[in-house]
Design a protein around this ligand. Structure first.
Ligand code: ZN
Length: 461
């Protein structure tokens, strides 16, 4: 049995791992490289395997860095079945279509630019038609804890990873002429302390573990403190008269922030007159999908839903799908909480809100999620006095806050505890982490640990 790595190898995006069991070739995730321009261009390079030879893709969750190259895989000849949980299918549909639309838009603007110089811009990575074709390959839906017979000699069991709705760790049990091997892919692992989703689960044993190390080198602040800090930041920004801009991942983080804004109002820790703009068509659609999957939430959230209360809504919430409504938010000079994507500010409507609010000293920008190296979010968090947005220089005068306790990822201690629960492992392959994070985490582990580079192979026999 052979394992190879085709993304998220020494970085945090582009997850894509290949397991070969006898004749069968199973891919786990097929994510987009995100971040700097170089990473965007990395998406067009060959996968490192023959796309037509892949029989199945098992998808851990719907984040773009885990599913964003699926349409490209199909475009290049993949004709197999994609398997994931029902919630992941529903969210991935949104994410993949949105990504295809962005690819087409970017390609059109590159094309216009190239024409001026009598050049031809490259085609989009994939189009909306390619994305539809890919969605047509969505097959069996997995339920947590129930093994699926993928093909003769290969079974897979999905375990709740507690990271975003529908997210999973996947155990693949494969049998070939050398015997049976159990390989566990962590996917992205959520915090052990539930915020709104149930906490992660793990199988009791595995021979090999492929695990994420996003926060392998650091600890989060206790969650209650982060919520307290969030309320303090909101209250002090509102009293200062400025807007509060929150770059938000459309899946999970947006709903989590809505949940805590509502809780803050309910508990009189935030003013009832709060004006909140969720300026993200994808987050609005995702919130509706959340409301269809009650079983995955903590008892507190389920109880609210059972009572007919919407845990993701507050009286002053404005859902803006229209572009015109989004642009109208720019007229607000103070008192508005503006949530928009993308979380790392690499694209989407958030960049317009940053152009308007970054130069205002009374405004606050509140980061509540991971910001990879090379992204606009990272530059602002690192204290840049000026940034480039849409080719223009934008001064940074707003107050910048980072609240890391909202993370949808486990911290170092939680990652350590997660892997300790798995018996009999003979090798741990660390992926999905910046090199410094992986190394710090590896130093805390015992046994055989590897940190594969792109296209590296490991023989599991
Ligand atoms: Zn993720």
């Amino acid at each position: 049995m052979k394992l190879s790595f085709h993304g998220a190898a020494h970085n945090v995006t582009g997850s894509c791992h290949l397991l070969e069991v006898g004749e069968h070739r199973i891919l786990v995730d097929c994510g987009l490289f995100q971040g700097s321009r170089e990473l965007n261009e990395d998406n067009a390079i060959p996968f490192g395997f023959d796309e037509r030879s892949i029989d199945f893709v098992l998808l851990t969750h719907a984040h773009l860095d885990h599913c964003g190259r699926l349409p490209l895989l199909v475009k290049r000849g993949f004709r197999g079945e994609i398997i994931a949980t029902q919630a992941t299918f529903e969210l991935a549909r949104l994410v993949i279509l949105d990504s295809a639309k962005l690819q087409e838009e970017e390609s059109r603007s590159r094309d216009a630019h190239a024409r001026k110089q009598n050049q031809v811009a490259p085609n989009p990575l994939y189009t909306v038609i390619d994305a539809m074709d890919c969605i047509g390959r969505f097959g069996r839906a997995a339920s947590y804890g129930h093994a699926i017979d993928i093909c003769p000699g290969v079974r897979a069991t999905f375990y709740n990873a507690g990271h975003i709705l529908g997210s999973s760790s996947i155990l693949i049990e494969g049998e070939d002429k050398n015997g049976v091997r159990r390989v566990l892919f962590s996917g992205d692992i959520g915090s052990a302390t539930p915020h709104i989703l149930r906490p992660p689960e793990v199988p009791v044993s595995a021979d090999a573990v492929v695990m994420e190390t996003t926060y392998g080198d650091r600890l989060h602040r206790p969650f209650d403190e982060s919520v307290k800090q969030f309320y303090q930041v909101v209250n002090s920004a509102l009293s200062g008269g400025g807007n509060i801009v929150i770059p938000t991942f459309a899946l999970e983080r947006a709903q989590e922030i809505l949940f805590f804004l509502r809780q803050g109002v309910d508990e009189n820790r935030l003013p009832p007159s709060l004006q909140v703009y969720l300026d993200s068509p994808m987050a609005i659609s995702a919130t509706q999908i959340f409301e269809r999957h009650l079983d995955d939430f903590t008892p507190a959230v389920r109880e609210m839903l059972a009572k007919g209360q919407d845990p993701f809504s507050i009286p002053g919430l404005h859902l803006t799908r229209d572009k015109a409504e989004s642009i109208a938010i720019n007229n607000s000079r103070g008192g508005a909480i503006i949530m928009a994507g993308s979380g790392m500010c690499t694209g989407g409507r958030i960049r317009h809100h940053l152009v308007h609010n970054l130069p205002r000293s009374e405004a606050s920008i509140v980061f509540v999620g991971y910001a990879a190296n090379g992204t606009l979010a990272r530059q602002i968090i690192d204290g840049a006095k000026e940034v480039q947005i849409f080719g223009e220089r934008v001064a940074v005068r707003a107050e910048i806050h980072t609240i890391n306790g909202f993370s949808a990822h486990a911290d170092q201690n939680e990652l350590l505890a997660w892997q300790e629960r798995i018996a009999n492992k003979r090798i741990i392959a660390l992926v999905h982490g910046e090199p410094s994070s992986m190394e710090a985490f590896a130093a805390r582990l015992t046994g055989r640990v590897v940190m594969p580079k792109l296209n590296d192979e490991i023989n599991l026999d």
